[in-house]
Design a protein around this ligand. Structure first.
Ligand SMILES: Cc1ncc(COP(=O)(O)O)c(C=O)c1O
Ligand code: FES
Length: 511
């Protein structure tokens, strides 16, 4: 019979290190909230209560509750806590049904998940909010003639308000889309086509380290006759504001610079860019897929006119995102998808209420938990980074200060990144963006920072998130250090370095 770690709720969400040595779980704010989620499923659980269970959940929750309050300094009345006497085995049984749908507990042992930039796990609280809209509340939110429509519409509007609140916008300025890719396409092509008519405002400025969907949207506009400036970045990954100012022309209609880079986590000076664009009366779009919900964002303070948001990067569902489109001063767009005129005519098509509710709830939780999550992620990140950098010949890619801590990109000299990924099969990692992870090309982002091919090839991105634990970081540090050492020992280059030979002085024979 199994007993259960105190942080059962976090464990319930675990998609990672089952069966590995990283199976102790740290305490965290999310756990308390997750227990709420579990509480809400109590009636479901009671049907599946296991006869064998020994651990009383009440005791477990109380211990968790106490630790949570101590850690956060919150008062008990500020936090809703479950008070059930359900047993733990019933809670955790993968087959009995409890939390079955919120977890992958029956999938066997899986790698530790440290690829949070590619996607994040769905927060069980989000799933709870979504479920009714996939079952009984199935109305079309655009149906105006009956209650089915109204109830869906109400939920969609509440979700819109949550998103707006997270970024300091008005709900009317939030347009639901299928994800950040669509929001980026919609913003860049939409503004360019609307204002570029007649060829007067036919210039766009972006940067070389943008996500592929921004770069590709710009390329597309080049084919339609637009001119595009792809600003270089400095070796720390940040754009140079002076260069941006110099790149502005009378024909410039749009500047598109991302907030947080998905490969190296650097945070661009959005407020300064916004101020500059506003002073020149140029629209400013930012791809904030990796920033919203993780760092404080205020579209008004930052003078952002358009912003792309993605659901699955903030512990919400995949297949939904949003685009913030400023109303004052008004930004006009040529819509990409036309039809029924939904979403202020900017994005036709029936909304998916369950997805909208999902991204809305995810946004609400992000706002509520941001301070706590950010503290935890920063401390995990510092520990990881200090540990990695204490190994010889490792370097951080990107700026350490202007940096979102949940994204740690490190180069391990004399180790081939792909080999290291293979050697670290028990950890889900990536050497860069998910959409290019199949190619063995060195990252264009790292190349833009001036990294050599070798250095770019030897880099790994560690993505830390809301549910990452201390034990996982310990495990990862140990595993990385062991396997980097192992791979270096196989490398003839490493042998030369150990002998004190400067590799730059070697003349390699050409083939
Ligand atoms: C910076 C950035 N922009 C855009 C996207 C695309 O987002 P979505 O998957 O929602 O289309 C991603 C996701 O990989 C991203 O990291
Ligand atoms: S779509 Fe996410 S990294 Fe490319």
């Amino acid at each position: 019979m199994s007993t259960i770690a105190p942080s059962f709720a976090r464990q319930a969400l675990r998609v990672a290190s089952r069966g590995s040595s990283a199976s102790a779980f740290s305490r965290g704010a999310s756990r308390a909230a997750l227990t709420q989620c579990i509480n809400s499923r109590r009636s479901y659980v009671s049907e599946t209560k296991s006869a064998n269970a020994t651990v009383n959940l009440e005791t477990t929750i109380k211990a968790d509750q106490k630790a949570f309050l101590q850690e956060t300094g919150k008062r008990p009345e500020d936090v809703k806590m479950p008070t059930t006497g359900l047993d733990a085995d019933a809670m955790m049984s993968p087959t009995a049904g409890i939390l079955h749908h919120a977890t992958v507990m029956d999938q066997g042992s899986r790698p530790i998940y440290l690829d949070m930039q590619a996607t994040t796990p769905l927060d069980p609280r989000v799933l709870d909010a979504m479920l009714p809209y996939m079952t009984g509340l199935y109305g079309n939110p655009h149906s105006r003639t009956h209650a089915y429509g109204w109830e869906s519409e109400k939920a969609v509007e509440q979700a819109r308000a949550h998103l707006a609140e997270l970024i300091g916008a008005d709900p009317k300025e939030i347009i639901f889309t299928s994800g950040a890719t669509e929001s980026n396409n919609m913003s860049i092509k939409g503004v360019a086509r609307f204002y570029g008519r007649g060829g007067k405002k036919n210039h766009i400025i972006t940067s070389q380290t943008e996500h592929k969907c921004v770069l590709d949207s710009c390329r597309h506009m080049q084919e339609e006759g637009f001119k595009v400036t792809y600003l270089p970045v400095q070796s720390n990954g940040l754009i140079d504001l002076k260069q941006l100012e110099e790149a502005i022309r009378p024909e410039t209609c749009l500047v598109s610079i991302m907030t947080v880079n998905n490969e190296i986590g650097v945070v661009q000076p959005i407020e300064e860019i916004g101020r500059l664009c506003r002073s020149k009366k140029i629209f400013f779009h930012t791809d904030a897929a990796q920033a919203v919900g993780k760092i404080p964002i205020d579209v008004n303070k930052m003078n952002v006119d358009l912003m792309s948001i993605s659901g699955h990067k903030i512990y919400g569902p995949k297949g939904i995102g949003a685009c913030y489109v400023r109303r004052r001063p008004r930004v006009r767009l040529d819509p990409i998808i036309t039809g029924g005129g939904q979403e202020r005519g900017l994005r036709s098509g029936t909304l998916a209420p369950h997805l909208a509710v999902g991204i809305g709830e995810a946004a609400r939780i992000c706002k509520e938990d941001m301070e706590y999550d950010s503290k935890r992620i920063t401390s995990l990140s510092n520990r990881l980074l200090d540990g990695l950098l204490s190994m010889e010949h490792t370097t951080l890619n990107g700026d350490r200060e202007r940096h979102y801590p949940g994204c740690v990109n490190v180069s391990f000299a004399y180790v081939e990144g792909e080999s290291l990924l293979m050697a670290l099969k028990d950890i889900a990692l990536s050497s860069g963006s998910a959409c290019t992870s199949a190619s063995l090309e060195p990252s264009y982002v790292l190349r833009a920072l001036g990294s050599s091919d070798e250095s770019a090839h030897s880099s790994i991105r560690f993505g830390i998130g809301r549910f990452t634990t201390d034990a996982e970081i310990d495990y990862v540090l140990k595993a990385v250090s062991e396997r980097v050492t192992f791979l270096r020992e196989l490398s003839p280059l490493w042998e030369l370095v150990q002998e004190g030979i400067d590799l730059n002085t070697i003349e390699w024979s050409q083939h």
